[in-house]
Structure formats: structure tokens, C-alpha cells
Design a protein around this ligand. Sequence first.
Ligand code: PGA
Length: 251
Amino acid sequence: MKKIQIGSQEAQVGEVDELCGALADEVEALIQSRAEAGKFAVLGLATGSTPLPLYAELIRRHREEGLSFANVISFNLDEYEGLGRDHERSYWCEMWENLFDHVDVDPENVSVPPSLSDDPDRAATEYEAAIQAAGGIDWQLLGIGGEGHIGFNEKGSALDSRTRRVTLARKTIIDAAPSFGGEENVPTHAITMGVASILEAKRIVLMARGASKKEIVHLAISGEVGPDVPASFLQNHKNVGWFLDGDAAGS
Ligand code: PGA
């Protein structure tokens, strides 16, 4: 893995297994230091294809090296509106399939934004309150959407946005269509943590893989900071890490 400078930011560039090794090291160090202090580590987790090899590495460390998730509390970034926990395309299911089912996390300690509430505003406020009650997010993992979203904070999302109901961008729906068997099956709305909610995390890591992300990654890292590319707001976070494979870095 090597460090490269992109605008004012330093990015880590490497093979996917190197990136995942470094990110898993961060998670492991956090979990262990908290465990030694008798405390919980609060993780902010993401869905999508990007983090899958990281989750596989965390599962491997659990199985082969005894990394325990017993003192982990996790909050996911977002969830499709209307998809319950029994829906195979819900992010709830995705997280269980790809991580939680395979580690020793207490099911009581994992949360995904509420997707079925008849009062989304209240449910969103409660989600934020639960994060605060856990002590805030220690380590937040992010992917990046084709137009620069983080969570489902689509283009136009403000710096002070909080957890809320959002309308999904056309590009997000198109990108999700294959896994839903067609655009018409993709939910049009979601609940997402806001930009401000994400920026409150003590450490944020954004991971991007593949040439299709190269342009947006560069805009996020070194373009103008603003709601046109919500991921650009991370430039002003005091402890952000950009983890890119060679294709996303364009190197
Ligand atoms: P992906 O999605 O990991 O499937 O590319 C990232 C995102 O939309 O945030």
C-alpha cells in the first residue's frame, strides 16, 4: 500500500486485500482497546459491494484469530423505505448475510435505520438519539455512489443534514436495478443518516474500488467542497482516511 497526495488530502492506495487488511487492523485495534477498558466499540457500517471483502476479512479474523465482536455496537448508514427485515434486498438482510451472521455480535447491539415507520421524522430522531446514547460513532465506514453520495445523501444534501427520509436519485435507482430485477422494483425512498450525522464520527474511512469510481473519487477528494458531491464534505473532517484501489485512484 502506498500513500499518494490528491489535492490537500492523503490517500492510501493498494490492492483490495491490502486495503481491507489495513481497515480490519483499525477495527481490530479499536475493538481490543475498548474491550481492555471494558467498553463498547461503536461502528458505523455500510452496505453495497465495496465493503464485502473487508467484511470477509473481519469474519476470517473472528474464525481464525478469535477477534470477538461481543463488545461491538453498530449502526448502519441507511435502509430502503418499505423493506422490512424479512426482505432479501433490505440492508438489514445484507448486513446479516455478509457479516453479523458470521461473528459473535449481540443481535441487540446492531441497528439499521427504521424503514417501516409511519412517522419517519420521529423514527429518524430516535435513530440519532440511539447513536448518541451509545456514545457516538467511533469508526465510520463509507462507500461512495456514482454521483458522490455517502449513505443515501444524494447530490444536493446539505452539510447540516441529519438522519431523514430521502428520495433516491435516478442514478442510484439505475445502479440498484440489477439486484432488484428491474428499476421498477427499486424503492424510490430511503432513510439515511445525514451528512452532519456522519461527520460526527471520530474516525471516517471511505473506501472505493474500480475504475467507474475514479472520476467521482477525485471530485470528492480534491474538488470543491459542497452539496454537489456530498462526499466532498469529508475533506474537512479532522480524521478521514481515503482507501482506494489502483483503478479508483487512477494510478
Ligand atoms: P457500491 O455502492 O459499494 O455498491 O459501489 C456504494 C454506494 O452507493 O455508496
